[in-house]
Design a protein around this ligand. Structure first.
Ligand code: GUN
Length: 279
């Protein structure tokens, strides 16, 4: 029987645990505040930002919204970030991406204090991750590790193949699986013999951004498949990078889309917010 890994359930459990933790912290006089910065009003970003604010409210974290117009100059955003860096009542800073094209995203990410960087995007936190120091973990890969662990899936010693090498998912995923003692391969669009490489995987993580790209010939019998993709199929339904129907009889466990990896990202953002005061 295939195990459907329920990200919605696991993320609810994590948020519930965090809610209890923030209640204990509040009783001890410790409040947590996340500054949520949005530039412009891209509809997809507004949905994401609203979901993050809702999760904050549930967990017991104050979300403080900062909205700048699409036309805001880079220096205005840099000044706001600097003000939030030095504000002792702000624990975490989230600048929603993407930013308008006239603003340099890398410059903004580097301006956020590494100790308030709850997205885990700052090069200092990326470096900390790779050398095994404590720091903020990128939320989607951290959520995937939690999903595997809480579903009873062993990582140590396993062949882990990641397809995709982005800074937000593929690369930090490799560092995290290595830290969990997996044997890690990162494949990408230029990988030769991708099917053969993917078929080596006990745990296959797919983050390529191509609708239903992974079919059964990419899968070893009994593999665990984690699908990071999110698309609309020809009938307007949400689907992932993996062709779920085609692979489901071959895998031992798989994340659905929606309801797999997606809900975990926000749960791990909430965890990073609480982490700001655990230290
Ligand atoms: N835009 C899409 N995903 C994310 C995320 O995880 N963090 C930020 N800051 N922006 C995003």
């Amino acid at each position: 029987m295939v195990q459907i890994i329920d990200g919605k359930l696991v993320s609810s459990q994590i948020k519930e645990e965090l809610r209890e933790e923030t209640a204990r912290l509040k009783a001890a006089g410790i409040d947590i505040c996340l500054a949520v910065v949005q530039v412009g009003n891209d509809p997809a970003s507004t949905v994401y930002v609203n979901n993050k604010k809702k999760a904050c409210a549930f967990v017991g974290i104050e979300s403080r919204a900062f909205e700048l117009p699409e036309s805001a100059a880079e220096i205005e955003l840099l000044n706001l970030v600097e003000q939030l860096n030095t504000d002792p009542s702000v624990n975490g800073i989230l600048v929603q991406l993407p930013l308008p094209p006239h603003i340099n995203e890398d410059k903004i990410i580097r301006a956020i204090s590494p100790d308030k960087d709850v997205d885990g995007f700052h090069p200092v936190n990326v470096g900390r991750l790779w050398i095994g120091e404590q720091g903020f973990l990128s939320c989607t890969p951290a959520g995937i590790v939690q999903l595997l662990k809480r579903s009873g899936i062993e990582i140590a010693g396993k062949e882990c193949v990641i397809i995709g090498r982005s800074n937000i998912v593929g690369k930090p995923m490799a560092a995290l699986l290595l830290r969990e003692h997996g044997t890690v391969t990162v494949a990408h669009s230029r990988t030769e013999n991708l099917k053969e490489v993917a078929r080596r995987a006990d745990i296959l993580i797919v983050a390529i951004g191509k609708k239903k790209f992974i079919q059964s010939e990419y899968i070893k019998d009994g593999a665990v498949v984690i699908d990071v993709g999110m698309h609309r199929d020809e009938n307007g339904r949400l689907c992932g990078d993996v062709d779920f129907e085609d692979v489901k009889d071959k895998v031992s466990a798989i994340t659905p889309v929606p309801g797999g990896v997606g809900p975990m990202t926000i749960a791990m953002l909430m965890n990073n917010c609480v982490e700001t005061v655990r230290r």
